[in-house]
Design a protein around this ligand. Structure first.
Ligand SMILES: Cc1cc2nc3c(=O)[nH]c(=O)nc-3n(C[C@H](O)[C@H](O)[C@H](O)COP(=O)(O)OP(=O)(O)OC[C@H]3O[C@@H](n4cnc5c(N)ncnc54)[C@H](O)[C@@H]3O)c2cc1C
Ligand code: SF4
Length: 546
């Protein structure tokens, strides 16, 4: 018999990002409106709400405005309206600004806000608790629980105090079972429970495609700060056949959020997204903003970029996927927070209606129906060809075709382009490429990975089983290193993977305590031999206002 304690809820939500918080809040709003008191809890693996949230972020307030029409007077931390948009194509030394009249609407940010999504989530969490939602930060959902007839009936949090050797230590505490009539997964991009359910219930048709987003937060000189300025670039330092682009957002208080997104469908195994980001900051059009300033924080997180075509079936018996766990991000806009909130609200409505009708554990099929009738579907439909065009045509032809699609055809092209392959299938052997020479960091504008991880405040209990599981221990040296020159040593933004020599034989060493939970290894490993699972709750980065 299980020694785990069990708690009963109407709805359990996994993940306190914008999607999970909006789900829980809206359920409470609806149940209060209809005189019910449905119980809702959220588990969050970060040490506090916001600790694992990393975003740009330019926030489209449409979702938030539906959740809280009075968000301004209630004090939501969206204080800095966007004041100006600049979009530039970069070459190594030059830049070409796209005139505003040529910019497709999806690249314009008038009416949006530059903010910290982590702080927005902290604010949402206080609203959720005030509405009666129970939030448990520091608890990772490690396992999905099923009924005998194969429906989801909740999750279990991971045991604490299991040592590296798999034995109980003096800190041992068993996980807790959270039973629910409906379980909503809001783990963000590449959620590991969501991935497992996608496979179990065969939810996925078209593959999802991803990017890795690397970000730093800077405090810059007041004379260089333009509150509300939003700068996006495409081109250098990425080669034209590699999808990606940069962002530089001026927040309040002389802070600037700067980052680079690199498509994880890249082919060259020598490409190093972290180093590409570092050299991007040295571009003449960018470095001027940062010089004389100080880096405050660093982090990285994968984004789901496949859009409408890559959405899986959104429901399974006993629950649903919301936010980036499903893949609602609009890659053309690099925006997903408004979509996360909206999808959470739609799922909440479906769960509320089901509970009110006395149902439990079945499919919330009114949720996908409501999504198809929503503005979110319309928005994702309009930009659905963005990523496929850039993949097919590269930077120049792809941008031209997407421009025609948006400006001339207004997103109503009579075709929908697909995503042919998953990101782990696109790497080419090292013999087809030359190693890339990256400049050494100067410690002022550019940095190395270890000093960067330091400012992500990442911490894990050292005595615990590995949360980065290598399924076949022979594969890293025999295939990853021999054929692809060890790509995990480059794509990991935290330097977790390194090959060391043991008696002349290479062995993969995993420095798991540095992991910032970006999920890139789980996505990009060419043989899908690396499996990311949740470590002990509370471990991972402790982002301040990312
Ligand atoms: C570099 C970058 C820039 C971006 N820029 C913008 C932007 O400018 N504007 C914008 O709108 N969007 C932007 N986005 C996208 C936006 O951040 C996401 O779309 C949004 O955060 C998705 O919300 P979510 O709630 O689905 O997931 P997340 O925000 O990822 O939240 C998921 C939460 O679930 C928790 N969790 C995961 N698994 C478990 C588990 N098993 N147990 C317990 N807790 C768990 C996580 O710790 C996390 O707190 C950007 C993303 C990146 C990476
Ligand atoms: S180990 Fe994987 S999930 Fe962790 S930081 Fe590296 S690539 Fe990201």
């Amino acid at each position: 018999m299980s020694e785990r304690e069990a708690m009963e809820y109407d709805v359990v939500v996994v993940g306190a990002g914008p999607a999970g918080l909006a789900t829980a809040i809206h359920l409470k709003q609806l149940s209060a409106k209809h005189g019910k008191d449905f119980s809702v809890c959220i588990v969050e693996k970060g040490s506090e709400v916001g600790a694992h949230i990393l975003s740009g972020a330019v926030i489209d307030p449409r979702g938030l405005g539906e959740l809280f029409p009075d968000w301004k007077s209630q004090g939501a931390p969206l204080n800095q309206p966007v004041s100006e948009d600049r979009f530039m194509f970069l070459s190594q030394a030059g830049s070409l600004r796209v005139p505003d009249w040529l910019l497709p609407g999806c690249f314009k940010n008038h009416g949006n806000y530059v903010a910290s999504l982590g702080n927005v989530c902290r604010w949402l969490a206080t609203q959720a608790e005030a509405a009666g939602v129970e939030i448990y930060p520091g608890f990772a959902a490690a396992e999905v629980l099923f009924t005998d007839d194969g429906r989801v009936r909740g999750v279990a949090t991971g045991d604490m105090g299991i040592g590296k050797d798999g034995e109980k230590t003096g800190r041992y505490q068993p996980g807790i079972e959270l039973h629910a009539k409906y379980t909503i997964l809001a783990e963000g991009c590449r959620g590991n429970l969501g991935k497992m359910l996608e496979s179990r219930y065969k939810l996925r048709g078209t593959p999802q495609v991803h990017g890795i987003g690397l970000k730093e937060l800077w405090e810059i000189r007041p004379d260089k700060h333009v509150p509300g300025l939003v700068v996006h670039t495409a081109g250098w330092p990425l080669p034209a056949d590699t999808y990606g682009g940069s962002f530089l957002y001026h927040l309040e208080n002389n802070q600037v959020s700067v980052g680079l997104v690199v498509g994880l469908d890249y082919r060259n195994p020598y490409l190093n997204p972290f180093e590409e980001f570092q050299r991007y900051k040295t571009h003449p059009a960018i470095r001027g903003f940062l010089e004389g300033g100080r880096r405050i924080a660093y982090g990285a997180r994968a984004i789901a970029a496949g859009g409408l075509q890559s959405l899986p079936k959104l429901t399974f018996p006993g629950g649903a996927l919301v936010g980036d766990d499903a893949g609602f991000l609009n890659a053309a806009r690099i925006k997903g927070s408004h979509a996360a909130i909206k999808s959470g609200m739609l799922a909440a409505q479906a769960a509320h209606d089901a509970l009110a009708a006395g149902r439990s554990g079945d499919e919330l099929s009114s949720y996908p129906d409501a999504f198809r009738a929503s503005w979110l579907h319309e928005e994702l439909h309009r930009t659905r060809n963005f990523k496929p065009w850039l993949k097919k045509g590269g930077l120049w032809l792809g941008s031209l075709m997407f421009g025609i699609d948006q400006v001339l055809l207004r997103g109503r092209a009579p075709w929908t382009l697909g995503h042919a392959s998953a990101d782990h299938e696109t790497l080419e052997p090292r013999t087809a490429h030359q190693p890339i020479e990256y400049p050494k960091p100067d410690g002022v504008l550019t940095f190395d990975r270890l000093s960067s991880v330091f400012v992500s405040n990442t911490n894990h209990e050292e005595d615990q089983p590995p949360h980065l599981r290598i399924l076949d221990p022979a594969v890293p040296a025999a295939i990853n290193l021999a054929v692809y020159a060890g790509p995990e040593t480059r794509y990991c933004p935290a330097g977790v993977y390194e090959f060391v020599s043991e008696g002349g034989t290479p062995r993969l060493q995993i420095n798991a305590q540095n992991c910032v939970h970006c999920k890139t290894c789980d996505i990009k490993d060419p043989k899908q031999n690396i499996q990311w699972v949740v470590p002990e709750g509370g471990g991972g980065p402790n982002y301040p206002n990312m």
